[in-house]
Each structure stands twice: as C-alpha cells, then as structure tokens.
Design a protein around this ligand. Sequence first.
Ligand code: MG
Length: 447
Amino acid sequence: MTLLRSGAASDVGRRRSVNQDAILTTPTLFVVADGMGGHAAGDIAATMAVRTFEAAGGRLGTEASFSDAISTANAEIYQASIDDPALAGMGTTLVAACLLGGASGDRLVVMNVGDSRAYRFRSGALSQITDDHSMVAEMVRRGELRPEEAEVHQQRHVITRALGLEPEVAADTFGVALREGDRIVLCSDGLTDEVDDEEIALALSTVADPQAAADDLVARANAHGGADNISVVIIDVLMADEAPEEATQAHRVVSAAVAGGATTAAGAPAAATSASDDEGWIARRRRLGIPRTVTFRVLVFIVLVAAVGWGAWAFVRWYAMSSYFVQSTDGQSIVIYQGRPGGVLWFQPQVTTVSTTTTGDVLPSRVKKLEHGVVEPSLAAAEHYIANLADEKRSTTAVQPSTTPTATVPSTQPGASGSGGTFGGTATTRGATVTTSPSAPTATTAG
Ligand code: MG
C-alpha cells in the first residue's frame, strides 16, 4: 500500500497579469499545466487539460488510460483552437503523476509534454525524472549545447511539444519506484527558470510540510524575479510498496542537498554540501550578483585553482629572488643584484648595492667573470666576494717573485696607508710575508 500527501501552490508571479498555469491535486493524481497563447487563450488551454484529467481521474487505473487522457486533452484543445479564431495557436505543456495499482504493488507513472518538469527528491539528492521538450534541451541531449549555455540561451523558451498544437501528440512516460520519504515535485518553468536545482533541493531538505514547501518554492521564484507564472505540486510518500526501478527511468541527479549532512544519496556517495553552507552561499551569490551557474562547488574549485596558481607564483618568485649575484655590465662599476642573472620568467633582478670597488680594483682575469655574473647565496656573501677581489688585486700587485718566500722583510714605507682606505700594512701571500705600500706597489724583498 502506498500513502501520499501533497501540497500545491500556483502564483501569477511578478511580471504577468494573468496566471496561465493550472494545477490539479487529488489523492492519487497530480497535474501541472502551463498554458500559452494570446490574451487568455493559454489560460483556457491549461484549464481544459486539467479538467480533462479531473474528469477522467476515477478511470485512470492503467497506464493506457492515463495516456488516453493526454490524447483526449490534446484533441479537445486542438479542436477548440480551430473552432474559435480567438483561441488559434493556444496550447499547454503538461506534467502529470498518477498512482497506479499493479501486481507488484502501487507504482507512480509520470507523463510529460513540453518543458514542465517532474523531479524526485530522495535522501538529499534531486533527480530530474522528465526530459524537457524544448529546443535547447534537445540541443543539449545531442551534445550541441552545454547545460549552462542552455540556461541563458535566447531561445530557451521555445518548446518542441505541447498539447493542442497538432491533432496528435506524443507524451514521454516514466515509471517511478517509490520509497518511503521520497518527495515528487511537479512544476512549471516559472519555478525552474528562477530557482536552480541546488536551491530547489535545499528547500526540499529544509521544509518538511509539502504545502509549506510548495509555498516556499513559489516565494523563492518570486524573490528571484517572478518573471513567469509559477506552479509547484509536492507529493510526499508517507508509505510505499517498494518496487525495483523500472527500465523507463533514467533519472539524473541534478543536485544534492543534505540536511545536517547525516544522509547520503541512495546508491552513491553524496557530493554533500551542508544545507547551511548552501543557504549561505546562495544568499551571498544573490547579493554579489554572481550567475546561477556559479555553484558552491564551482566556487570551491575556483578557489583551489587560484590557491595552486598562487603557490606556483610564490615558489617561482622565491627561487628567482632568493639569491644574489655580482656583475659588471659597463666594464667599470661592480654591482650586487638580488635575483638571478638574466632573470627568471617575469622576475627581473633588482639592484641592491653599487660597490665602491670598480673593475680597476680587481684582476683583469676576474673582470671577464664579472661580466657574466657571479651568483652568491646572500648579500653578505656577495659583499665578501667583492672584498676578496680587491684584496686579491692588492696582494698580487704588491708581491714580487721571491727567492726566499719565507723571509720577513721590512717595508720601505712602513705604516703608509693604501688607496681605498684599507690597503697597507702587512699581508701574507703565496707563502711570503711582505709589507706593502699603495704608493710603492713594488715590495722590497729580503736578499
Ligand atoms: Mg511558464
């Protein structure tokens, strides 16, 4: 035995003057119709469809009779549009769910024509039962358009099937296995154009009463603009004869919202975002004017990609700027740069110090090396390297070949100060201890 409880709401929205949607709820039959046509014609077409089902309600014991009701509604609307020129071209979408008895227990059959939809919400996951009969939905199914492109496509409202436009119409049929706790949602595009699947799932996970949930979804659609008429029917499964899924079903999970994070989507690990996270994100997204296609998970992905990008940038910067080098680019001055010779990607070396030591103060053999740049691990090491170069030049120019390398000799000008302020005094080089003078670069040697 299956026990259902339903709630329903239909609203004109905030832009239209007439509500051309029509709904029907009985204990076992539920219908949403979205009429189209000039003046009040759409309203008439939707109402005719609903009344046909209402009249046939007691006889809808089989799938065939359910299908017959759609054919009858189509024929009546089509004939009325021919008989009355004022109603020419009127039509309506239709999505209907009917609980039918069977040998293996009760089963829910859903039929649809047009872009009004049926969803099943189970264990926090929202699955779309029906396929839209619209131009963009068919392009998506053919792989010619991405779903996010379809959402903003200029011709997204062009439907390819409707009741009343042709003498005959083909409806899609879905057998829906029910489980206690399931929620079935029937709705017009006034809901799905304004409220994305993520937010629908959120509302269904947080509002328990079916009537309150239907009212909540209508209010959300109006809060987002209410550009069209909005109709919602919610059917809660209080008790069910559990039956295996039927082959006609190909529900695709379109969104998951898990209240409290305690439950997971049946048969698959839930891509669970907590309801409070989603609620907060949705509110922030609206406040910041971020498109609906930017979901919470898309945002997390963007943040992760940005973090990886920033990490790579920081590493390259650290590598490029963590060392120093000594270079002479003009053949005279000796400069300490932070960075690496030639730079790394877009990080160019920065001048740190222009030394008072010039290329004239170092050995000619070192100048060639300085033109290419000598890398040192730190600023202190770079300064030390330049000091060593100067010392080397001074020592070399002060020393003459000695035949008694270990002898200590007196200076001809003891105590004289050298050029550069540090030159002079006693130096030890090549095994000889010598006393040197900058003004008398040729040292006096013993012997
Ligand atoms: Mg509509």
